[in-house]
Design a protein around this ligand. Sequence first.
Ligand SMILES: [Mn+2]
Length: 427
Amino acid sequence: MNFTFVHASDLHLDSPFKGLRRRLPEDLSDLAVNSSLSALERLADLCIGEAVDFLLLAGDVFDLDSPSLRAQVQLRTFFSRLDEAGIRTFRVAGNHDPLEGSWADIDHPRSVHFFSDRVEVCKLEIDGTNVEIRGLSHPTTRFAEDPLPGFGRKSPHLGTFRIGLLHTDVDGSVGDRYAPSRLGDLRSSGEDYWALGHAHHRSVLNEENPTIIYSGTTQGRHFGESGARGCYLVRVEDGRVLPSFRPLDSIRWEEVVVSLDPDTSSEDILLERTSAALDDVLTASGGRPLVVRLTFEGRTPLSGRFGNADEKEDLLHTIRDILPDAPRCWVDSVRWGARPLLNLENLAERADVVGDVHRSRLDVERALANDDPDGVAADLRDSVEELLRSEPKIGRWLGRTTPEDLADLLDRSEDLLQRLIAEEGWL
Ligand SMILES: [Mn+2]
């Protein structure tokens, strides 16, 4: 039982990349605007280069349910390349490109199977192995039914490898409840491999028996889709499923954290640390251009150095100046989260107002760490929520404040207090 296939999803061809022209230099914005279509070409190169038996597309091939003619013709060209190489394609529609969308009248090769909104089964025979592929498409942009009952429960069948192809929100992990399913149902349905789409971050939900994978987007489009993006090349050898991630992106978005510490005592050291952090991501990018957001963290004597907007702008331009030209790395913005060097325990021993503030802070921190629902942490949460909800426009977007939110709020309040107190000359 040996064969190979590629599982890809969420290509979001024709994404508008709003605002990028203003944000990136021209060569990078050109690259970014064309990147979803470049990923499609790389996907064909991979399938043909690896001589795979078939390709699975798990929905959201297009970003919109009325994509441009250009993108639709490029998809047909892509299918034709695979067809000429003898590679079949199986495709389901997702919530972004549902069956009811408005589609140009273009013929696709007969080797492309587009599943309807009822579960169908396609049976293949590859070198003596029976492969069954079941899939279901979203009929509309807001398809909210559990699709699993349509797949049925199948008992193991020796010599048959079963694949489920689906665009679904598993256990609410995406959070929009489109085609919602439960991991337990996917595990017990009798499939050997679930090729899933919808979540934009790739993840292996179940390693084996069955293997359940979200392949994620083929190309990142913003910092919310940072890191390497691509598809899975899956080898099935003697019944064992061996998936490996393959990047397809031509430009990569990266969040880079530069960790500062008490030894980061000069601008020179800070810039050295920054260069080293960027070198690491550039090496990992394999020569792809990068768009980077830099965050500075940690306690350092330089904490007050780049606090205001002009200072941050100065730091941003300095870093852009010292970066190497190739491969291209564009620093989009910097976040200055560095914090002052202070011994909080010593501060809490002081008998003045500074001591009062820090004792209160430590009380809340301990309460948060001990998950104390009725005590001081709950009081803090209630007053924070009351304050936030007093603004109606904000209030309706808010959920319950989490302990992490409170801890973050404490950190930032402490920094603000320290700055205010330092300005008064009390420290
Ligand atoms: Mn999607």
